[in-house]
Design a protein around this ligand. Structure first.
Ligand SMILES: [Zn+2]
Length: 355
């Protein structure tokens, strides 16, 4: 059963290597982190949202799976301070550099990898067994205060935007990493944020609600003409983390024809909110079951967060998807349901939005 996934940060991992020709490391396989091309093929991972993330200035990043202070997230409760906003002059060059890495990967893949810009691209790419990439930006700082870079980035292949990673932007406010807590942690969209949503609708760009606080979520729900998408978030009713979605939010996602990708990061899975690699994989099934109950079986998929977060040691890297698929089957998910959860749901909703 092939997997199409809602979120990975392999471009961030490669960017951190800070050297020329990281695309070769990816294509040949550096066996580091969670994802590289040989392991992707072996795992039956056929595509997903590839995130472009700009690190906060105060982040001391050692590796892609330790982007924030996970030690604090092992406490019974926690609230990490939000990093300061990042200026467009800092964000844009980093975003362009990561797009360059992705373009080099596509170019040097000898036709095995495709950056998909519309439904036709995506469906042909899947049919031809290529790795299908949706270019996603996590935190919209690089777009600029007058949205002056939106069309440049669109022309380069950008088709999905998260207005915020958790720190505030010109457009909206993200949730702090806080447990336990409601996602209602502050102000919603700014005026220019509302403008961004309208411009995304016009261009058929996917809008990602993961990382937004609750007011921002409802602002978009009111404004957007597009299905509501949370690429990598879980059920708040099971894990009361700010990053997760309340039943009311899930109901709005369902009504919009949208979708949720299940995030593998323990802090967003576990009932105690702890970021611990030693996490039983059954909790992933609990979120799948719950989301299916609330959304229906055609609005749930994967949102791994590979190379962007700590992952349960039982999965370890993309090859661990085999174990997870087996667990899902043994849990009673039949082939028809598996096909939906593993790839069809994402492919359908992306095709619908991109057109
Ligand atoms: Zn994220």
């Amino acid at each position: 059963m092939k997997i199409f996934d809602g979120h990975n940060d392999v471009l961030f991992r490669l960017f951190l290597k800070d050297k020329e020709s990281v695309h070769e490391d990816f294509l040949k396989g550096d066996n580091e982190g969670h994802l590289d091309f040989p392991r992707i093929k072996e795992a039956g991972f056929i595509g997903g949202f590839f995130a472009i993330y700009v690190p906060s200035q105060e982040e001391k990043i050692k590796s892609a799976d330790k982007p924030i202070r996970y030690d604090d997230m092992e406490n019974d409760s926690y609230e990490l301070p939000l990093p300061k906003p990042v200026d467009v002059s800092l964000a844009l060059p980093i975003v362009l550099q990561k797009i360059d890495i992705l373009k080099n990967i596509e170019k040097q893949s000898k036709g095995e990898i495709k950056i998909c810009k519309n439904a036709k691209d995506l469906n042909e790419s899947i049919l031809n067994k290529k790795l299908s990439v949706i270019m996603h930006i996590e935190g919209a700082e690089a777009i600029g205060s007058d949205l002056e870079n939106l069309d440049t980035l669109y022309d380069l292949g950008l088709r999905s935007i998260g207005p915020v990673w958790s720190r505030p932007t010109l457009f909206a406010h993200g949730v702090p990493f806080k447990f336990p807590s409601s996602p209602d942690t502050g102000e919603g969209l700014t005026e220019i944020g509302k403008q961004l949503i309208k411009e995304c609708n016009k261009r058929k760009i996917i809008i990602d609600l993961s990382h937004l606080n609750e007011k921002g979520f409802w602002d978009i729900e009111k404004l957007s003409q597009s299905p509501l998408i949370a690429t990598h978030s879980n059920a708040h009713s099971i894990c009361t983390h700010t990053r997760n979605l309340t039943d009311k939010q899930l109901s709005a996602i369902k009504d919009s024809g949208g979708m949720v990708g299940v995030n593998f990061a323990p802090a967003f899975l576990r009932t105690d909110g702890k970021m611990l690699a030693d996490t039983d994989l059954d909790i992933i099934l609990r979120h799948f079951n719950y989301l299916i109950e609330k959304l229906g079986d055609d609005k749930v998929g994967f949102g791994s967060d590979f190379d962007g977060a700590l992952i349960p040691s039982g999965i370890n890297d993309v090859l661990g998807l085999n174990k997870l698929r087996l667990l899902m089957k043994n849990h009673g998910f039949n082939d028809q349901l598996m096909k939906k959860l593993c790839h069809d749901n994402w492919v359908n909703v992306i095709s619908k939005i991109l057109g």
